[in-house]
Design a protein around this ligand. Structure first.
Ligand SMILES: [Ca+2]
Ligand SMILES: [Ca+2]
Length: 417
């Protein structure tokens, strides 16, 4: 007992001293009866049993990678509150302000130290259930044209709707959106209030990766496997909303030219790897089956044919976990975390350079993933107790701006000094 305590303390000191993440301390002996087990080296984050019993991962550490702990104490400030379900955020490039969408259909300008200010001119959104005003992004050309892009659930008439991408100009006084144009509409429209996606991510050549969901219901769900539909896809668009040059299905009449990759469920987070320039995405599964993917041109990511998951009802939903011609996730969670967003951390403020930070709506925390190339080699859970984390942004100084869905807040998170 005393020996194990000493071992734990010295490991913790070592980890603290070098400021890097270390595997969880070794627990040399089984705990006395009646006490909770402490983590053993190589043990994953403590979590419930998987929903899909007896699944065999395609490779070691495809799920439940060893728990790692950085033990960084966090300082949490509220930058803004009273936002009706904050959803997406984007930094303005000329100083510490950010734009934050509210799912209910408002856009806010948040400047540290000032009250939040509404930006008017947002089109009407279908805010029922999972719909609303969703992601927002500042164009790479913003400093010359003040162009911003946003996604929303758009009423398409006849009870149907879909995810749409709009472009607008932020007025010089930053009080309104001007020249709002819808430049891309997910087709077909569907009478559903779920799984719109979405995430806007720019590549280095000025194209947009746009992720869109499969609308959830059993019928449209199958369209994730149909190249003639935009449902359940990662798309790649030019800045004007047209299909990007080099897309894998350009010029085919049996496929939508905007498609980059297919067989996705509901991708709400995406980020470009800072070293490789490759797109990474994170998507929601039902019961189990949250996935981290590295979508490549023209490839099929399997939904709803393969998944490490079961349906909400408890019944099977996929045919299995692997199939020829379908890609495996780089990592998966069962039970789910419900990922709303992901970033690669590139700052110096936290000892997490190169790591993925994913927001977890269901488990109400941030999930940090350590990588070795394309493999996840460690997992840590941080920032508990704030609520359902929707969105994460890295500020220029390396701090995190975090949107909390149910608390209606924008938080600024830094290490406690
Ligand atoms: Ca994002
Ligand atoms: Ca998949």
């Amino acid at each position: 007992m005393r020996l194990s305590l000493l071992v734990s303390v010295s490991f913790a000191l070592m980890a603290a001293a070098c400021g890097s993440s270390e595997p969880a301390p070794v627990q040399p002996a089984a705990p006395p009866a009646g006490q909770e087990a402490t983590p053993t080296a190589g043990a994953p984050v403590p979590q419930d049993a998987p929903n899909l019993a007896n699944a065999t991962p395609a490779f070691p550490e495809q799920t439940r990678a060893p728990e790692v702990k950085t033990n960084v104490a966090l300082n949490v400030e509220t930058l803004a509150d009273g936002i009706d379900h904050p959803w997406g955020s984007a930094l303005l490039p000329d100083g510490g302000s950010l734009l934050v969408t509210s799912k209910a259909g408002k856009l806010w300008l948040i400047t540290p130290g000032k009250p939040k200010a509404e930006v008017t001119g947002v089109p009407r959104v279908d805010a029922r259930d999972q719909g609303g005003l969703l992601d927002i992004s500042v164009a790479p050309t913003f400093m010359t044209d003040r162009a911003i892009y946003f996604t929303f659930a758009e009423d398409r008439g006849g009870g149907k709707n879909g995810a749409s991408l709009a472009k607008a100009t932020l007025s010089a006084d930053r009080k309104k959106l001007e020249n709002v144009q819808v430049i891309f509409k997910q087709e077909p429209a569907w009478a559903s209030t779920k799984h719109y996606g979405s995430n806007i991510e720019w590549d280095s050549s000025g194209n947009i990766y746009l992720t869109v969901g499969e609308r959830s219901d059993p019928q449209p769900r199958q369209l994730a496997q149909d190249l003639n539909a935009h449902l359940g896809k990662v798309l790649r668009l030019k800045a004007d909303g047209k299909p990007a040059d080099g897309n894998p299905f350009l010029g085919r009449n049996d496929a939508k030219p905007e498609i980059w990759s297919w067989g996705h469920r509901n991708v709400q987070g995406a980020a470009i790897h800072p070293d490789t320039g490759k797109l990474w995405t994170i998507e929601h599964g039902p019961r189990g089956g949250d996935e981290l993917n590295i979508p490549e041109a023209g490839k099929n990511y399997g939904w709803p044919k393969i998944c490490y998951c079961i349906d909400y009802s408890g019944q099977p939903i996929a045919e299995g976990t692997a199939r020829e011609g379908m890609e495996q996730p780089a990592y998966y969670w069962d039970p789910v975390i419900a990922p709303g967003d992901m970033i690669f951390y590139t700052g110096d403020l936290f000892p997490w350079k190169g790591d993925i930070l994913a927001s977890a709506l269901k488990t109400k925390e941030i999930v940090r993933l350590e990588l070795n190339g394309d493999k996840v080699v460690g997992e840590e859970r941080i920032l508990q107790g704030q609520g359902r984390i929707r969105d994460i942004l890295q500020a220029p100084d390396g701090a995190l701006y975090v949107l909390v869905d149910d608390a209606g807040k924008v938080l600024r998170v830094t290490p406690k000094t």
